[in-house]
Each structure stands twice: as structure tokens, then as C-alpha cells.
Design a protein around this ligand. Structure first.
Ligand code: HEC
Ligand code: HEC
Length: 415
């Protein structure tokens, strides 16, 4: 492994000279007008329906927010190219590449790989070897990453949906901290994920990602631009070295960092535009509940699912009236729970290896596979895989009559 990497880096230097010359002509257009491939229809927004369909903006947005949504939607679909900053190592070329299920901004079957080393001393994300996130693609085969042999934990993570993300962002830290103080039945106790928000420097309650590892959409956008696409930005200015090899990085990192910069005329970078799209994306619209689904909703509460999958949270004060003091029917407490063997084994942000964020269940009907690694092909498979703090509720689900089980599943299909 080691000698092979070194040989590759020598070849890489030679190749880089060739690539470098080819790319030099693009350097002048890096920055506010970075080269990228925008799909022809990316700027065309279909008129939103009422109530909103998946992929529509929030209802009652003011004109400025609606324009920011449309501009962000176009950015979200744009494919990065090497000359504009893609890579050297990456997982996808656009946000759209992974966030597609149901509509633009949805979940997706694309999975990313996390790795690390677990020992008596705890979890080591193997940062010096390129961990914990693997980048599975590269602008040149010489820089392609592999899971290093030192890793003894390897976990897959499915793409999560972004519908209603602005409402989730607008839930106050105070309400999540308060919820974490309330002891639930079955010995369940959620933990608020305290993280440093890189966009503001403040300690905040994380709520995005399988580990509640980010608190704001701007921070997550900055993180995704760097870690999924290899585009450096003002919050994440340093490229990822392929499996930690800085010489190899130097040979292939040909666009000056940060690659995404703020456009002086608008005050926005690509990360801000993508964040605006997510912020103004409407939540899933619940379907009309059949009599059977109404029964299912009662079963959901009575067997203890709602202890973690809180049906509704409220947003706090917000400068944007479309986000202020709104109910958020997400079916999650956004807290971390010890899921025992269901946990993915990776420590990240404030979350330990067995802790996972309660997956929001809204919009479940447009998802194709379930749980963090997509192991469940059916909703019922996802439920019976619950473990740790979720074990008691799972046992009650398994003990239900077939009629009650199907009522519960019908209910989950409407939210
Ligand atoms: C290679 C696939 C891939 C690409 C490309 C990608 N994402 Fe993601 N996205 C994921 C995965 C996987 C997760 C879950 C990550 C986790 O928690 O470990 C995720 C989660 C998120 C979340 C958290 C949502 C939540 O509540 O869980 C946000 C926000 C997000 N992505 C934004 C973006 C943006 C913006 C872009 C484009 C800059 C982008 N993503 C590009 C795969 C991708
Ligand atoms: C202790 C808290 C807790 C309880 C109780 C709980 N869940 Fe979950 N649920 C979670 C967590 C955490 C996840 C994400 C786990 C993962 O993917 O690793 C999850 C995931 C899910 C998923 C998959 C969602 C997706 O997008 O992949 C479904 C469906 C689900 N739960 C339904 C239920 C039902 C129905 C019940 C009641 C029988 C229940 N849960 C009880 C915490 C809980």
C-alpha cells in the first residue's frame, strides 16, 4: 500500500505538469464565475403547486426568498468540473447527483463510506489516512482513495432528504435542549448533539446528518462542497489529501483555494446559494389520512415510537416570516440515541459510535431504502432492526396483530 502510493505520486508530478498546463487557462475564470456544467433547464422553475409538492418552495415566501430559492436550485444542480475546482478527490459532481429521490433535494440511494479504527482507547477517525470520510472518485486514477488496512470499522451512509430543511434549521436550540431533559418511557433519553457551527463559531445543537453533526445549512453546504465534491470554500479552505498523502494532493490540486468565493456584487458564494435552496424547500405535504391510517397513528404513539419520533416540533423566532413559529411535522426529536448494534460504529461530531440521530419520518413514502446504510428494503424491516434504546418499541411492534401492523405502516406512508 505505502510504496504503491509513493510510486503513484512520482508519476503524478509528471502528469500534473501536463494537466496543469491544460488547466492554467481556466484559472482566470475561477472564483465568482467558476466553470461548471449547468443543466439547460436548471433555471426553469415550474410554478409551485398548493399544497406544495416534493421539490417545491415553501408556501408564502416573499419575492426575495423565492428568487434566492430559484437561484439556489440552479446551483444545486450544477455539475462541478475539474477546471472549476472539482476534486482532486470527491464523491459526486453535484448535489443533485445524490439528492434525488421524490424530487430535487430528496434522499438517495447513493451511499458514502466512513471508516475508522476502534480500539480500547476509543474511536480513531484515521484523519492522517484520509478518514473518516472516503472519497470514492477522483479527477485522475492516481489519486483515488481506498479504505486503508488500518480501518477496522467501515460504514455506509445513505443520502438523507432535504425537504423542510429550513424549518428544521429554524427550531431553537433551547427547545431541543429542553426536550433532551425529559425522560421518556422505556429508559429512553435523547442527547442534544453540541457542535461548533463553523459558519458562526458558536456552540449549537446539531440537527443535520445521521449523527446530528451540523447545526446550520450553511455549515453543511460548506462541508458538502468540500467533502462530497472537493470544492474548497471560506469555511473549509483546505483540500482533502488522498488517503492523507499531501505530496499527491499537491501534484493534482491545480485550482487555487478557496475555489468557491463570495461574489462581490451579490455577497454570495455557491455554498450560500445551495443553503438558500435547502432553506426554502417545502416540507413533505402529508396525505389525507384514511380511517386505517388514523388507527395507525394511535398505534405509533401507544407502542412508544413517538418517544423518539416526536410528531411535531416548533420553529422559534425567525427574521423570515415563512420560517417563524411554524409547526414542523418531522417525526423526530433530532436528538442522539444509543441504538446499540444498529449504530454505525463511527464517532462523529458529538455522537459516539452507537449513537444515531432519530431519523425524521416525514416524506418516508418517497424513500426507496431505509436506515443509515440502506439495509432495509421495507419500512417494516427498518422497524424490526431497531435496537438499543429502540428495542422495547421494536418488540411491541413485533407483538402487534397483523391488522395493527398494517395500520401503522399505512400511517407512516401518509406523513
Ligand atoms: C456523493 C453523494 C452526495 C453528494 C454529491 C451530496 N450529498 Fe448531501 N448527503 C449525502 C449523504 C450520504 C448524506 C448523509 C451524510 C451523513 O450524515 O453522514 C447527506 C446529507 C446532507 C445534508 C443533511 C440533511 C439531513 O438533515 O440529514 C445536507 C444539508 C446535504 N447533504 C446537503 C448537500 C449539498 C448542499 C450538496 C451539494 C453541495 C450535497 N449535499 C451533495 C450525500 C451526498
Ligand atoms: C430510541 C429512539 C427510537 C424509537 C423508540 C424508535 N425509533 Fe425509529 N429510528 C430511530 C433512529 C435513531 C433511527 C435511525 C437509525 C439508523 O438508521 O441507524 C430510526 C429509524 C427509523 C426508520 C427508518 C427511517 C429511514 O429514513 O431510514 C423508521 C421507518 C422508523 N425508525 C420507525 C420507527 C417506528 C415505527 C418505531 C416504533 C415501533 C420507532 N421507529 C421507534 C430512533 C427510534
Amino acid at each position: 500500500m505505502k510504496p504503491k502510493t509513493r510510486a503513484a505520486s512520482v508519476a503524478g508530478v509528471a502528469l500534473a505538469i501536463v494537466i496543469g498546463t491544460a488547466f492554467a487557462q481556466f484559472q482566470s475564470v475561477n472564483g465568482p464565475h467558476r466553470v461548471k456544467n449547468r443543466p439547460a433547464n436548471a433555471d426553469k422553475m415550474k410554478p409551485p403547486s398548493n399544497p406544495p409538492a416534493f421539490g417545491d418552495p415553501l408556501p408564502a415566501l416573499d419575492a426575495a426568498s423565492l428568487a434566492a430559492f430559484a437561484e439556489g436550485m440552479s446551483e444545486f444542480q450544477s455539475a462541478e468540473v475539474a477546471a472549476g475546482g472539482l476534486g482532486p478527490i470527491f464523491n459526486g459532481t453535484s448535489c443533485l447527483a445524490c439528492h434525488v429521490e421524490g424530487a430535487l433535494g430528496g434522499a438517495g440511494q447513493t451511499m458514502v463510506t466512513r471508516f475508522g479504527q476502534r480500539s480500547k482507547a476509543g474511536f480513531d477517525p484515521l484523519e492522517s489516512l484520509g478518514g473518516s470520510l472516503l472519497q470514492s472518485q477522483a479527477i485522475a486514477p492516481q489519486v483515488l482513495e481506498a479504505v486503508p488496512p488500518q480501518a477496522n470499522v467501515v460504514a455506509l451512509r445513505r443520502t438523507t432528504p432535504l425537504f423542510g430543511a429550513g424549518l428544521i434549521e429554524a427550531i431553537s436550540d433551547a427547545s431541543l435542549l429542553q426536550a433532551a431533559k425529559v425522560a421518556q418511557p422505556d429508559g429512553i433519553r435523547g442527547r442534544a448533539a453540541l457542535v461548533t457551527d463553523i459558519a458562526t463559531g458558536q456552540t449549537r445543537v446539531g440537527r443535520f446528518g445521521w449523527k446530528s453533526q451540523q447545526a446550520t445549512l450553511l455549515a453543511f453546504a460548506g462541508d458538502a462542497y468540500l467533502n462530497e465534491m472537493g470544492v474548497t470554500n471560506r469555511f473549509f479552505p483546505t483540500e482533502n489529501a488522498p488517503n492523507g498523502n499531501n505530496a499527491l494532493l499537491a501534484a493534482y490540486d491545480l485550482v487555487a483555494d478557496p475555489e468557491d468565493v463570495v461574489d462581490p456584487t451579490t455577497g454570495l458564494g455557491d455554498i450560500d446559494r445551495a443553503a438558500n435552496f435547502m432553506r426554502y424547500l417545502a416540507p413533505p405535504t402529508p396525505l389525507r389520512q384514511t380511517a386505517n391510517a388514523v388507527v395507525g397513528s394511535r398505534v405509533f404513539t401507544s407502542i412508544g415510537c413517538a418517544a423518539c419520533h416526536t410528531p411535531t416540533l416548533l420553529t422559534g423566532a425567525n427574521p423570515n416570516p415563512a420560517l417563524a413559529n411554524k409547526p414542523v411535522a418531522l417525526y423526530s426529536d433530532l436528538l442522539l440515541h444509543d441504538m446499540g448494534p444498529l449504530g454505525d460504529g463511527i464517532a462523529q461530531g458529538a455522537a459516539g459510535p452507537t449513537e444515531m440521530r432519530t431519523a425524521p419520518l416525514w416524506g418516508l413514502r418517497v424513500r426507496v431504502r431505509y436506515l443509515h446504510d440502506g439495509r432495509a428494503a421495507k419500512v417494516s424491516d427498518a422497524i424490526v432492526a431497531h435496537d438499543g434504546e429502540g428495542l422495547a418499541a421494536r418488540k411491541r411492534f413485533s407483538a402487534l396483530s397483523a391488522t395493527d401492523q398494517s395500520a401503522l405502516l399505512e400511517f407512516l406512508n401518509t406523513i
